[in-house]
Design a protein around this ligand. Structure first.
Ligand SMILES: Nc1ncnc2c1ncn2[C@@H]1O[C@H](COP(=O)(O)OP(=O)(O)O)[C@@H](O)[C@H]1O
Ligand SMILES: [Mg+2]
Length: 270
């Protein structure tokens, strides 16, 4: 392993976020290594998107700090690529032209833009659909264009907020495999957000369980799944997969029950 493989890419250091009186995130701390696939899993409303906004630099933490390659994040930057649940493709541009978007922002010459966009469309299996408009593509294809676009400008970190949330189960599993392959082959650092436990276990090198009210990290799991990168079809039904799924489910349930205790509800109202 070279030194770079184990370098720390992202440092989230005791980050809190308030909206007025409401504490959305409470002293979140974790680090992500270069080339790691890091997953945050938690129920709706626990602060996942809020945390992603802080990572993109679209919002600032109330307390604490976030750094990328040792530099504090103070705003949006091309070192971070983002993919959301909504595809956010421009409907009047072809798949190719959508992927070229980030490259225009980077100031790449036209020929190089075309070549790079082709390469990434090819990588997500859409070489034959480069000239189609978003309306002519399925939901899964649109999301692949969005992923190609995020990858095309070669960001240090790929930030993904429930990118497969709107897709049917089969399309979703196909894209999970594709994303894993791309991540392994490019060595990208990924921070991936989901509320789906199975998706978290399948994708994550590590999975951080977020508990709500206030949003905080309950536990971080290291996931060791023999067979994941070799495309083992039965992985999801294997005992080791089931154990992780169950343990994470238990952590989330515990967090939910804790939230529902009446004394705490009153304390929150007061
Ligand atoms: N701009 C905002 N102003 C006030 N409250 C907000 C704002 N953004 C998010 N929240 C609240 O913060 C909590 C976490 O929201 P969010 O990060 O979107 O959760 P998740 O993505 O996990 O579903 C929610 O209770 C939400 O209502
Ligand atoms: Mg969200």
């Amino acid at each position: 392993m070279t030194k770079n493989d184990t370098a720390t890419k992202l440092v989230i250091s005791s980050v809190s976020k308030r909206f007025g009186d409401f504490l959305a995130l409470d002293r979140i701390s974790f680090e992500v290594s270069t080339g790691e696939f890091f997953v945050l899993v938690g129920p709706s409303g626990c602060g996942k998107s809020t945390l992603l906004d802080l990572l993109t630099g679209l919002a600032a933490p109330t307390q604490g700090s976030i750094s990328l390659d040792g530099k504090t994040i103070t705003g949006p930057g091309l070192d971070r690529g983002v993919a959301f649940q909504q595809y956010a493709l421009l409907p009047w541009r072809t798949a190719q032209a959508n992927v070229e978007l980030g490259l225009e922002a980077k100031g790449l010459p036209r020929a190089e833009r075309r070549r790079t966009a082709r390469h990434y469309l090819d990588l997500v299996g859409l070489a034959d659909f480069a000239d189609r408009y978003p309306a002519q593509l399925s939901g899964g294809m649109r999301q692949r264009v969005a992923i190609a676009r995020s990858l095309a400008f070669d960001p240090e970190v790929l930030l993904m907020d429930e990118p497969f949330g709107a897709l049917d189960a089969q399309t979703r599993e196909g894209l999970q495999d594709q994303l894993l392959q791309i991540q392994r082959s490019t060595g990208k650092t990924v921070v991936f957000i989901t509320h789906d436990i199975e998706e978290a276990v399948y994708l994550g090198d590590r999975v951080a369980v977020l508990a709500p009210r206030p949003g905080r990290i309950k536990r971080i799991f290291e996931i060791e799944l023999p067979g994941r990168t070799s495309g083992d079809e039965d992985l999801r039904s294997s005992p080791v997969f089931g154990r992780y799924r169950h343990e994470i489910w238990r952590e989330l349930r515990e967090a939910g029950e804790r939230r529902e205790r009446p004394a705490e509800r009153e304390a929150r109202v007061a």
